[in-house]
Design a protein around this ligand. Structure first.
Ligand code: TYM
Length: 340
């Protein structure tokens, strides 16, 4: 069983571009950190999803620079392009082709339920792009074009993964049973939902208007320290048990971040800091964050000095990815009945 599992493909995708252009601590702790571990054991495919990025208006310069910045961020965080496949989505046309077929498989009612569209489109839904609406069918294609079996993501992507499974099932029932695997979301216990530093009830997000709500992988040491210092908390000392933190959303989030960064359990963190106030906890958290993020920040900036190297990695990764997805698409075209 173990060998069979090893042969299965891990699919890990990262949305490349964001209004502020940065990877943040939520991406790092909720996804990238886990991807780095997974590549030691599994065949992994990592994609910078530039086609998804244009579902909201972006300038060509932003798309270009942010794609390279995310690529550098992934490598600086420990994704190894010689071990795993790292590429950008627009260089492998099979994603868009399969997404079109899935647009004809998925039902309007399924897409109408997607909360991410509602959040991103906001009140002005009539003005949102059609691409933003069908974003989840492209995401299903990102996964199924590789017949990926496991998708390590943060909590926020669970609904999209459920839709991917529905699309895979519907396709299989129309054409051939068990053609696509039903991919499993892999949501890790720690930091699967890192919250905003300004509001313990909202997710840390690239689209939050306040830069103080998130720690970006490109933030300087001073910015990291200042953001943790200014993070919303409460006047009470930390409790000694995790259960007691349940209703203290900001405190719970900061303890969760400390736990994920230090690789200690939340209980261990509270054994150390229970009874202490935020005056002591926040500087310790800032120091810890700096010790983890500073080397990544350093490597990220260094990698960005050689854009040619990053482009070469994406080009080579795209060729490798296209070999796998090309074979799957060839089967799909036959199944659908397209004449060739
Ligand atoms: P994106 O770009 O928003 O986020 C990339 C990864 O980071 C995780 N994440 C978080 N985890 C914990 N706490 C947070 N605050 C937080 N914010 C983000 C996300 O869960 C994700 O794992 N639709 C996807 C991109 C995508 C994709 C795919 C993912 C496109 N195709 C195929 C998996 C498979 C997205 O917007 O992620």
């Amino acid at each position: 069983l173990h060998t069979a599992y090893r042969r299965q493909r891990q699919m890990c995708i990262r949305d490349s571009v964001q209004p502020t252009g940065n990877l943040h601590l939520g991406n790092y702790l909720g996804a990238i950190k886990n991807w780095v571990e997974l590549q030691k054991e599994f065949e992994c495919i990592y994609c910078v999803v530039d086609l998804h990025a244009i579902t909201i208006p972006r300038t060509p310069k932003e798309i270009h620079e942010d794609t390279l910045e995310v690529t550098a961020g992934l490598i600086a965080s420990g994704i190894d392009p010689s071990k795993s496949v790292l590429f950008n989505q627009s260089q492998v046309p099979h994603h868009s082709e399969l997404a079109w077929i899935f647009n004809c498989t998925a039902k309007l009612g399924w897409l109408n339920r997607m909360t991410q569209f509602k959040e991103k489109a906001g009140k002005n839904r009539e003005n949102a792009s059609v691409g933003l609406y069908v974003y989840p069918t492209l995401m299903a294609a990102d996964i199924l074009a590789y017949k990926a079996t496991h998708v390590p993501v943060g909590q926020d992507q669970k609904q999209h993964l459920e839709l991917t499974r529905d699309i895979a099932s519907a396709f299989n029932s129309s054409y051939v049973e068990e053609f696509f695997p039903l991919p499993e979301p892999q949501i890790f216990d720690t930091a699967s939902r890192v919250m905003s530093l300004r509001d313990g009830l909202s997710k840390m997000s690239k689209s939050d208007a306040s830069d103080y709500s998130r720690i970006n992988l490109r933030d300087s040491i001073d910015e990291i320290s200042l953001k943790f210092k200014k993070a919303k908390s409460d006047p009470n000392p930390l409790h000694y048990s995790v259960k007691e933190l349940e209703d203290r959303h900001e405190a719970k989030n900061l303890v969760g971040i400390y736990s994920a960064l230090s690789k200690k359990t939340e209980t261990e963190v509270l054994n150390e800091f229970g009874g202490k106030g935020f005056g002591a906890f926040k500087p310790a958290l800032a120091d810890l964050a700096v010790s983890v993020l500073e080397p990544i920040n350093h490597d990220l900036n260094k990698l960005l000095e050689d854009k040619g190297y990053l482009i070469d990695i994406l080009n080579k990764g795209s060729q490798k990815a296209a070999k796998v997805s090309g074979a799957v698409l060839s089967e799909v075209r036959n199944l659908v009945g397209f004449v060739r």
